[in-house]
Design a protein around this ligand. Structure first.
Ligand code: SAH
Length: 350
């Protein structure tokens, strides 16, 4: 058996036996790299479903938001559509179709690490150019950047206040099972000052990987012009507690039970990311709920419009809309963060 096909759990067990517990960041990063590289996790037969797979209205409205920004900023070309983690390419296909009606035909760039998903994206959006990260996207011309359920897959660190002080949460192995334990190194320096004296047992999460991506997005917007939308489940105020979860076949499973076989995610800390945007000199347009954002962009009239063309699908169209904007569904838990170049206009919906 080659190294690449050995179960990740076996590799982790050996690593931990030889070198001691590993960070959650390490566990999550390796798990998701393995998880996404080998499968299409989306849809009814997969492990989870995302907004663009629920209805074409989602991608269309995002395409119209980007077009509106580009038109108001003066229709500069060349212009690039850049999507982070495009999944099946559905969002891009719907957004680009809507944009084209208003004269926006950008070059298309996908940042994607999974070869399995890249193959699917190739059939949905054949004109795309693929990148391993943002660094190779063209450095000239405005960038219109989108990421839906991308940041939540990036690895997090967890820090916990113990009787001895702040420690990093690590993954150890007990009789073949992976369990979380507190590490032995002091981690005070990684904890925001306002939380240092929090009670014993307090747990916080930080995502250096998400912060690095958002820093780079903001830098691109400052240097080249453009706008970005980042959509994910998360919170717009700082919070404590673990949000690490694993999904397999639409069910939650124990986060450490099957590394590489389940989708590991954590809620996105949009408050921390807004601070990164501003520190890099881009404009934070705001963070709002997905329900509020899509309503303001006119999802209800779009649903009526689609119903006129296909009255037989009336119920399905309205059920899909409800899933996207309903308070108890994706409408409140999912947030949309808008970012723009400093000299670009403000965006609709914020
Ligand atoms: N945006 C899509 C898919 C969400 S799933 C949708 O809404 O349906 C997460 C996506 O991010 C997948 O395409 C996955 O392969 C990609 N991804 C996860 N981690 C990544 C990383 N570190 N670098 C690049 N792409 C990554």
């Amino acid at each position: 058996m080659t190294e690449g096909h050995e179960p990740l759990a076996t590799i982790f067990r050996r690593l931990i036996a030889n070198y001691g517990p590993i960070t959650i960041q390490h566990f999550m990063g390796e798990s998701n790299a393995r998880y996404y590289s080998q499968r299409d996790p989306l849809g009814a037969s997969g492990d989870f479903i995302t907004a663009p797979e629920i209805s074409q209205m989602f991608g269309e409205l995002i395409g119209l938001w980007l077009t509106d920004m580009w038109v108001n900023a003066g229709r500069t070309t060349p212009v690039h559509y850049v999507e982070l983690g495009p999944g099946r390419g559905t969002l891009a296909r719907d957004a680009l179709r809507a944009a084209k009606r208003y004269g926006l035909e950008p070059t298309v760039h996908f940042v994607e690490s999974s070869t399995a998903l890249k193959d699917l994206q190739l059939t949905t959006v054949p004109q795309a150019h693929w990148h391993a990260d943002l660094s190779t996207v063209p450095p000239y011309g405005p960038v219109l950047i989108v990421g839906n359920e991308f940041l939540d897959a990036l690895p997090i660190r967890q820090l916990v206040r113990t009787a001895q002080g702040w420690r990093e949460r690590m993954v150890a192995c007990e009789e073949d099972r992976f369990v979380a334990i507190a590490g032995d190194k002091p981690m005070e320096a990684a904890v925001p000052e306002t939380l240092r004296e929090a009670p014993e047992g307090t747990l916080i999460e930080v995502s250096p990987a998400a912060a690095a991506v958002v820093y780079e997005i903001a830098g691109r917007l400052v240097d080249q012009g453009g706008a970005a939308l980042l959509i994910d489940y998360g919170h717009d105020h700082p919070r404590t507690g673990s949000t690490l979860q694993a999904l397999r076949e639409h069910r939650k499973v124990e986060p450490f039970a099957m590394p590489g076989e389940a989708d590991l995610t954590a809620h996105v800390d949009f408050a921390a990311l807004a601070a990164v945007v501003q520190a890099r000199g881009a404009t934070w347009l705001g963070t709002t709920t997905q329900g509020q954002f899509l309503r303001q962009l006119g999802i209800e009239s779009r649903a009526d419009n689609l119903t006129q063309f296909a009255p037989e699908h009336r119920d399905a169209i309205h059920a899909a809309m409800e899933r996207l904007i309903g308070e108890g569904q994706m409408g409140a838990l999912f947030k949309v963060m808008g970012i723009a170049a400093p000299n670009w206009p403000g965006g609709a919906g914020f």
